[in-house]
Design a protein around this ligand. Structure first.
Ligand SMILES: [Zn+2]
Ligand SMILES: [Zn+2]
Length: 278
């Protein structure tokens, strides 16, 4: 049974629902020992007016469906109150799921200094001044898949991140019209990300959240996690892997898709870590 989860969203990101206290109650009812909140970092002011940034769409919503900058303090202070209130029942950690590029490095560093941990969740990335969307099948060419991995590696090399969410996100719509092939570029990208995670002592996440949507839409294999990716991870005995619920509603902290991920980990011979050592 799941004991800890470090990938949890809240109403502050404007696309998840439920009170933070409700997530904590579900976790306590299910005998969790640790619960980490990792809401999406705000869209930095300097990007709000950027036309390319504004045109990014993910899952039908604009990227600006993120925490407001002025909510960061509120998010942290509310969680601190809850941390104390429930301190004898569960350990609460305060984190953020962050994008990363050199353009926003200072903001990410600041978030790191005021939180317990950061998750790298690269949903888009820059190559020079161009911005690319991992959800777009046309953006994610063979070349771009490798560039994505290199940008993730650069982010992990900053030492700011403890955990990388959905490290196989780059295949979300890659080759979607071509049988969702796992190409040599996917293998190269996988190795770049896994080796950077090992080098920087970063946990790789097997993500539960996406399964529901892939299955609803009849997408096989799931957009992520992808077995081919995790088969490669299993070659690296030093790789650290955790399951992340990526819950966007309190009741999703516990759901049967967790067991599908356990099966996948077993099939790929992946040893799972229970905690990320905060
Ligand atoms: Zn994410
Ligand atoms: Zn997330």
């Amino acid at each position: 049974m799941i004991k800890n989860n470090y990938h949890t969203h809240t109403k502050y990101c404007n696309h998840a629902t439920g009170e933070m206290e409700d997530y904590i109650k579900v976790a306590i009812d299910n005998n969790f020992e640790e619960l980490g909140f990792s809401d999406h970092m705000p869209v930095p002011d300097e990007l709000l007016e950027d036309e390319k940034y504004k045109s990014l769409i993910y899952l039908g919503k604009p990227y600006k469906d993120r925490m407001e900058t002025e909510d960061v303090e509120r998010y942290i202070s509310e969680l601190n109150v809850l941390k104390n209130k429930y301190s004898n029942q569960i350990k609460i950690f305060i984190g953020f799921e962050c994008e990363y590029s050199e353009k926003i490095a200072n903001i990410v560093k600041n978030l790191n200094s005021i939180s317990d941990y950061l998750i790298l969740g690269m949903h888009h990335f820059y190559v020079g001044d161009e911005i690319y969307n991992t959800y777009s099948s046309t953006d994610m060419t063979n070349e771009r898949v490798i560039q994505y991995a290199n940008e993730c590696a650069k982010a992990l090399d900053t030492g700011l991140f403890k955990y990388i969410a959905h490290p196989d996100l780059f295949m979300f719509n890659y080759m979607k019209n071509n049988g969702r092939l796992f190409t040599i570029e996917c293998e190269i990208a996988t190795r770049i990300i896994v080796e950077a995670a090992i080098k920087n002592n970063v946990y790789l996440e097997l993500n539960v959240h996406e399964i529901e949507y892939s299955e609803k839409e009849g997408i096989n294999p799931w957009r992520y996690p992808r077995k081919e990716f995790w088969d490669i991870v299993s070659e690296y005995k030093e790789a650290k892997v955790v399951i992340g619920m990526d819950a966007h509603k309190p009741e999703k902290l516990v759901n049967e898709n967790y067991y599908k991920i356990l099966n996948l980990a077993n099939n790929c011979d992946i040893k799972l870590e229970e905690s990320i050592g905060l």
